[in-house]
Design a protein around this ligand. Structure first.
Ligand code: MTE
Ligand code: MO
Length: 383
């Protein structure tokens, strides 16, 4: 295995060209298709991108609190039933730039495009774990294992040169309906190096940080993973906590993503003609909760109209309907009269009736994660 800073073609992405390689597409690219093309899918890395050269020598080990320890080759994994799951992956830091305007936060300065919606192809983790004798829907193994840890082949400074890692509860890992995948395909093609070639974890409905790329090993462990990104990062703190009074052990690692939305056809700087404008964007929630509704306002939130929602092209989206992709975003659209000096706002409601918070101030946190506040766009009209 060797390492490189990045491998992708940068056309269409705004990249932060320092190490490690992070990039997001322009927001307008996100709403041009329900499935995000790989080239327009954000890239988030904590270290150089590994290059697994010899696929015949690649294997994933499964060990820890199980009676049987095994090594799986790519052929072994491809032999298991293959599933295609359409799921939105979103970085916990998406929309961080807007949060940092309230008060300085630490982290990559993302606009609204640190997410993408892909069809991931691979084996279900619940099937893989049966190979070491762990049954479906287990919450503890006979040796006391309760969490499933994913360890990567990459190296990052936060782990003092060790690999990136994360864990999920065994109960979720062994639940076939949780759709946790070991994915070797993205949008029907072999997953590329930026996104985890040859094999990555995809944990639908959960912040991107738990979907470990370049999987090297799976450990069945008693307590959740003690890695940096589980214990010293990706936790949600209240606005009163800052770097001088933080106590990481008081909070749990963030897992599910809350309800989120953004307008992608307009930007703060836009000068548009008075009259009708098309307002389109995405809305998505975590935990398999679908989107119930997206409300749009052109007067800063005084009055609202409901937007049209869809998943596959132009098929109206029905929450909880048989045709909906429960891990995936919905795209929304409304064509509205835009008054002078409009403030256009989007807010989404998920199937559990969770509503995005109105003000970013109320959810400010020092790491700038989970900015799910109403998305606001100030338009400077020509008239
Ligand atoms: N896996 C490894 N091995 N190394 C990483 O740096 N970053 C995580 C996650 N998995 C990361 C990783 C984070 S924070 C996110 S948001 C997603 O990968 C990004 O996935 P993508 O680059 O495929 O979009
Ligand atoms: Mo992330």
């Amino acid at each position: 295995t060797s390492f490189e800073s990045y491998s992708t073609d940068l056309v269409g992405l705004s990249a932060f060209l320092q190490e490690p390689f992070n990039a997001e597409p322009h927001r307008s690219a996100l709403v041009s298709s329900y499935i995000t093309p790989v080239d327009f899918f954000y890239k988030r890395n904590h270290g150089p991108i590994p290059k697994v050269d010899d696929i015949s020598r690649y294997s994933v080990s499964i060990s820890g609190l199980v009676n049987k320890h095994i090594q799986l080759s790519m052929d072994d994994i491809r032999m298991l039933p293959k599933y295609n799951v359409t799921a939105t992956l979103q970085c916990a830091g998406n929309k961080r730039t807007a949060m940092s305007k309230v008060r300085k936060v630490r982290g990559v300065g993302w606009d609204v495009s640190a997410l993408g919606n892909a069809t991931w192809g691979g084996a279900k983790l619940s099937d893989v774990l049966e190979l070491v004798g762990i049954h479906k829907l287990s919450s503890v193994t006979s040796l006391g294992g309760k969490h499933v840890e994913f360890v990567s082949v990459d190296r990052c400074k936060e782990e003092k040169g060790g690999p990136y890692k994360a864990s999920i509860p065994l109960k979720q890992a062994t639940d076939p309906d949780a759709d946790v995948l070991l994915a070797y395909e993205m949008n029907g093609e072999t997953i590329n190096r930026d996104h985890g070639y040859p094999l990555r974890v995809v944990v639908p409905g959960v912040i991107g940080a738990r979907s470990v790329k370049w999987l090297d090993s799976i450990n069945i462990i008693k307590e959740e993973c003690q890695g940096f990104f589980m214990q010293k990062d990706y936790k949600m703190f209240p606005p009163t906590v800052d770097w001088d009074n933080i106590n990481w052990s008081t909070r749990r690692p963030q897992m599910d993503f809350p309800v989120q939305s953004a307008i992608c056809t307009l930007e703060d700087v836009d000068v548009i003609k008075e009259g009708k404008a098309r307002i389109a964007g995405y809305a998505v929630s975590g935990g398999g909760r679908g989107i119930e509704r997206v409300d749009i306002s052109v007067d800063g939130g005084k009055t609202w109209v409901e937007a049209h929602r869809y998943q596959k092209s132009n098929v109206p989206y029905v929450s909880d309907g048989a045709q909906s992709d429960k891990w995936a975003w919905v795209l929304f659209e409304a064509t509205l009269d835009i008054p002078p000096n409009a403030e256009i706002v989007a807010k989404a409601v998920d199937s559990a009736a969770n509503i995005q918070p109105e003000k970013v101030e109320d959810i400010w946190n020092l790491r700038g994660i989970l900015n799910t506040s109403w998305h606001r766009i100030k338009i400077q009209n020509t008239s």
